[in-house]
Write a protein that binds this ligand. Structure first.
Ligand code: PXG
Length: 289
């Protein structure tokens, strides 16, 4: 496997980062997870824009331009001869002194891995996920900005642990006020009386690229979209519920906290959006060469 590391494509065994890198020492850095289908990178521009914004928000000055990163991403996919897969793009603060001070790290590092990703097992796309609400809350924006896709994922990992311990694959995370923010690695949508509802970004959700695509598709299909604060009541009483993410794509949810959502089967809107999403990813994107 060829890894792009600080400007060069190197063998996996040569792709090494210093133990003094603040990305490792403090989770100081940002990342993106991007998919490519049939040799085309899906929503590449949007992912790199979010990466640059995340970096800016944590005062990490990027030594590479938007265009250079797009090119490097495509180059990495092409170098590995892959047609479908997953890209992990990571920017770390770089190596520096021990101690939090990021200004003592002179040079950020960037690496790009093009590989595959294990999705939820197929049966869950057919039958729907059974998920839980976890006790771990999304941090308030006054603590850790939820829109920054930082290397600090412990909050989500602790939520994921709760899900797994409860024999579930995902967990709904609430914000400090008790409103639904999102799941540990996916945004959440419900359908109610033919309308689509999804939490506001300001309620602690990541501004998901897939979320934006689904909103676009809904508007194209004439489905009203309402971004508002949701609580568990809204999910319990929804006709349908589904999650979106680069890795998960669109996945139905049929149960929350042992309560059946709708009729307990993936609903027609969910199936329609999953179909429309799959059609879009297979017919658009930036060619890698
Ligand atoms: N919320 C969170 C907290 C996420 O991390 C999403 C929503 C969905 O966003 P996109 O832009 O993908 O539609 C994410 C997505 C990984 C990985 O291994 C990436 C995510 C989540 C979990 C794992 O790359 N990001």
């Amino acid at each position: 496997m060829n890894i792009w590391l600080d400007g060069n494509l190197v063998e996996e065994s040569e792709a090494k980062i210093s133990v003094f890198d603040h990305g490792l020492l403090y989770g100081d850095g940002v990342f993106e997870g991007i998919r490519f289908y049939k040799g085309r990178v899906f929503r590449l521009e949007e992912h790199i824009t979010r990466l640059m914004d995340s970096a800016k928000a944590i005062v990490l000055s990027m030594p590479w331009t938007h265009e250079e990163i797009c090119r490097a991403t495509c180059e990495t996919v092409a170098a590995n001869g892959l047609s479908d897969g997953y890209i992990r793009l990571v920017v770390t603060r770089g190596a520096g002194e021990l101690g939090l001070n990021p200004y003592l790290c002179p040079k950020p590092s960037m690496f790009i891995i093009a590989s595959s990703i294990k999705l939820y097992p197929d049966e869950h796309y057919r039958n729907g996920l059974k998920i839980i609400t976890c006790a771990t809350r999304r941090p308030t924006p006054a603590a850790l900005m939820p829109q920054v896709k930082s290397l600090n994922y412990l909050n989500n990992i602790m939520a994921k642990v709760e899900a797994i311990q409860a024999n579930a694959l995902e967990a709904v995370m609430l914000n400090e006020q008790g409103y639904v923010a999102e799941c540990t690695g996916d945004n959440l949508f419900i359908m109610k009386k033919g309308e689509m509802h999804t939490p506001l970004i300001s309620d602690g959700a990541l501004d998901g690229i897939t979320r934006a695509v689904i909103i676009e598709l809904a508007e194209k299909l004439g489905v009203p979209v309402i971004e508002r604060s949701l609580n568990r009541y809204d999910i319990f009483t929804a006709d349908e519920c589904f999650l979106t993410g680069t890795a998960a794509e669109v996945i139905p949810v049929v149960e929350l906290d042992k309560r059946t959502i709708g009729d307990g089967r993936p609903g027609p809107f969910t199936q329609q959006f999953l179909g429309a999403y799959q059609e879009l990813v297979n017919s658009s994107g930036t060619p890698v060469r």
